[in-house]
Design a binder for this molecule. Structure first.
Ligand code: UD1
Length: 438
């Protein structure tokens, strides 16, 4: 996390004790995986763009700094919390600074809009959570079909195009990032672009909705085939848009209640975006109901183990998986977990084992044998979602669970601790800031 000239090394900890039953209501903030891409869309048009329901997370700050480095002005929480204003004066540079690009995965989303608006871009390969190799071959193949020339040197990517040309592209796999980069480039391409086997994630649909509100011509939104009619540069205009609620944060409060027991309503959760997850939770013996404006969970007694596998939307999101593995760790019976998106995404299992979980991994499978209870220990958050899963695990652990590495959690969670305290959890954040020169 880079702030000005200082590298802020967080020594903060989250301390959790066995808790429950949880009770009450919790409001879900806007989705990280949506807002970062919506922010980038402000590159298309001069004027002031306004996003509402913006989560207070550090990735939004990083993306704000990245866009400021390209020439935008970004104001957060002016007048009202959750509001972000991005002002584009019409003058934008196309070279993104190394430290910011390598901090977040979503920096790759600069590619499509900068090629569409300026015809060139230069960035280092993006960072983000480390789930193993995260290639961008599908982004490049699709953009190449639209006329873009790439040059990759020493992990730095340069791309150029004179005129983007509409193309018919079929993705090998419904990649979220590739779909977003292709559709954002196609917005100003000459003619029609179709993207078949497109990602159908609600966050992709949210980006399409914003672009249409700005004046883009996109049909098939939410389906596996997107059609984009290019419009001339300068045809898009700023709008005010509300970010969709974060289904992964919503799932975190459902998992917390599942583990600690209780009766909680997650306000803002959209059951239509979480159908497979909610049905698996039902299979585990949890009472899940859609209520006006949210989802209610009632958890009594011990959960039953089920088998799960991650898949592109509408399948079970890989980002839910650490939470589900944690639930299985204390459920009755054995569950087999299959990861189909990121083979390396089982790193947190070692940390869960320190709490007494019985999990064996083999390639992209994990076998989880439920235990009656966990025991507190010191653990390290390896990434955003796994960090949240360790917090949730601490709710079922005797004694104190102390989680470090929580700058990962801050990247994607808006006041996780405060929200859990509001539900009655025994949890606190211990702040120990240490700053060092860069
Ligand atoms: C986004 C989300 C991330 C989520 C993931 C899958 C953001 C910022 N991140 O990541 O939280 O876990 O979707 O739902 O929105 N792949 C290739 N070549 C490519 C592109 C992708 O092989 O050109 C592979 C990836 O390595 C991975 C799989 O496809 O194995 C899915 O990646 P993708 O859907 O692109 O995920 P991201 O957009 O990076």
């Amino acid at each position: 996390m880079l702030l000005g000239d200082l590298y802020l090394l967080s020594m903060d900890r989250i301390v959790v004790q066995r808790s429950g039953p949880l009770a009450g209501e919790v409001q879900v903030p806007g989705a990280k995986n949506s807002v970062l891409k919506l922010m980038v869309a402000s590159l298309y048009s001069a004027g002031t763009h306004e996003l509402t329901n913006v989560p207070a997370i550090s990735d939004v700050k990083t993306m704000g700094k990245l866009l400021e480095s390209l020439g935008l002005t970004v104001e957060h929480g002016i007048g009202e919390s959750g509001v972000l204003r991005l002002t584009n004066s019409g003058t934008i540079t196309t070279v993104a600074p190394h430290e910011l690009v390598t901090s977040i995965r979503a920096s790759i989303n600069l590619l499509g809009p900068l090629l569409a608006c300026r015809g060139r871009v230069r960035l280092d390969m993006p960072g983000g959570d480390d789930f193993g190799s995260r290639p961008i071959d599908m982004h490049m193949a699709g953009l190449t079909a639209m006329g873009v020339r790439f040059d990759i040197n020493d992990n730095a990517l340069s791309a150029e195009v004179d005129h983007l040309i509409g193309a018919h592209i079929t993705l090998d796999f419904p990649s979220v990032g590739a779909t977003e980069n292709l559709l954002t480039a196609a917005v100003h391409a000459d003619g029609t672009t179709t993207i078949s086997n497109a990602a159908r994630e609600p966050e992709v649909a949210d980006l399409c909705d914003l672009l249409v509100e700005m004046g883009a011509k996109i049909t098939g939104i939410g389906s596996a085939c997107l059609t984009i009619e290019g419009v001339p540069r300068g045809a898009l205009h700023p709008v005010t848009h509300a970010v969709i609620p974060d289904r992964i944060q919503a799932a975190t409060y459902l998992a917390a209640t599942a583990i600690a027991g209780g009766d909680v309503t997650v306000r803002g959760a959209r059951p239509q975006d979480m159908q497979v997850l909610l049905s698996r939770m039902n299979d585990m013996g949890l009472e899940i109901t859609a209520v006006p404006g949210g989802v209610r969970i009632v958890s009594q007694g011990r959960m039953r183990a089920v088998d799960i596998q991650t898949l592109p939307y509408p399948g079970l999101a890989t980002d839910y998986k650490p939470l589900l593995v944690t639930m299985l760790a204390v459920a009755e019976g054995m569950g087999v977990v299959t990861e189909n998106l990121y083979p390396g995404r089982f790193r947190y299992v070692e940390e869960l084992s320190k709490l007494g979980a019985d999990i064996r991994t083999d390639g992209h499978h994990a076998i989880v044998r439920g235990v009656e209870g966990l025991r507190g220990a010191g653990v390290v958050a390896p990434d955003i979602r796994a960090g949240a899963a360790l917090v949730v695990a601490g709710l079922a652990a005797q004694g104190r669970t102390v989680i470090s590495g929580i700058e990962h959690i801050d990247r994607g969670y808006d006041d996780l601790v405060g929200r859990l305290v509001g539900l009655g959890a025994l949890i606190e954040r211990v702040d120990v800031p240490v700053t060092q020169g860069k």
